[in-house]
Ligand binder design. Sequence first.
Ligand code: AMP
Ligand code: ZN
Length: 459
Amino acid sequence: MELTLYDTYERRLRPFTSLEPGRAGLYACGPTVYDYAHIGNLRTYLFGDTLRRVLQLNGFEARHVVNITDVGHLTSDADSGEDKMEKGSRRTGRSAWEIAAYYTQAFLRDLERLRILAPTVWTRATDHIPEQIDFIAGIERAGFTYRTSDGIYFDTARLERYGHLARLDIAGLRAGHRVDLGEKRAPTDFALWKFIGDATRQMEWDSPWGGGFPGWHIECSAMSTRYLGALFDIHVGGEDHVPVHHSNEIAQHEACHGHPPARYWLHGAFLRLQDSDKMSKSDGSFIRLDSLLARGFDPLAYRYLALTAHYRSKLVFSWTALEAAQTALGRLRRAYHQLPSGGTLDAAMRERMLAALNDDLNTPGALALAWEVLKSDLPGAVQKATLAWLDEALGLGLDTWRPEARAVPDAVLALIDARQRARAERRWADADALRAEIEAAGFAVRDTAAGPVAEPVPA
Ligand code: AMP
Ligand code: ZN
């Protein structure tokens, strides 16, 4: 069955074929580690994880590369504003390097809690400065650069198809920006290398053009080429990357190689907050995964919530929606747990599930099928095997979940003893009344060969 994906570059659904049979190369733009990730960022990584899992279900071995942006970049896309890492450093009193290490760890912990599969390759921008310098030198040799007093810039006017990914209205952009360009020749031009001049910076490197640091976009070009080659299968990121970051990655690649780096470009829609149009890292008002945990939510409730929306649809976050997701996940887990093991999956249902997932990652459709399985008259063990198969794509960890072992309070143990005595003395009415009391306390009594045991009743 064919996997179909929506390619932003061509603006259409396309059947997926890989460059190499049975293998798929996937590059995802990773976080800038000057602060915690917010749950919007995490939605984008959940989307990348779903794509990877669906590729694997289709029999592809996925080579999944994710970068960590630990070089300081400027707070604005227009190569101006404050440096994000230096700003984080001032805020916390720690060095830019310490900040990067700290937030990288926090990010990895979030991914683990969400059961996002570890990428095949993690790659840090600061570990690949020579590759970035080489890439800029290649762009320079091809004649696509110019120098200003503050850096080496990419000359977007030299590239006929510049901005095709975003369908940018170049003429309109030029008309709108006549005044405040500074030394840039066009509003779409962007820095490849920035000089530091007399300023002091914690992160700076030598280069053929002078001391400084790389522009934001070059690291992805350099590292994707290093780990996936000059042409690979799929590039993913959030929708905000379409007009600037990915357009510029494509420009850099076109200058050096004559074609874009990837054959498919997939973008996840933003998570938004009710009453606000976006969740932004730079304005400091955002919800982290830890904020959900602090309110008693299971991190996977957030994963469930993300799966209820198609990755290309806007998802509005609310605590009520998260509550509903947690309730649904709890029901799904308990139902799965209570099913007997040892069955084989239902082929017809598997086909339908794969059809949903292969239809541009239709996770809401796949979730609906999970509930349909539970309502079906398929034997319990078949239901369980079929859900376990689907969960390879959903990543909810159904098979590892166990009901919380709740200690049986002394008062309940005393009631169990009393009931045992009543039964031994054949006082059946008393025994029944005691059972009712035990149940009212939230426990069920199960009589086993070794005597009665109390078990928490699932909520
Ligand atoms: P950043 O750390 O800002 O580079 O962002 C990391 C990833 O999160 C990028 O792929 C962004 O496109 C994505 N992203 C940023 N904000 C949101 C949001 N509100 N919803 C979904 N994805 C987002
Ligand atoms: Zn990138």
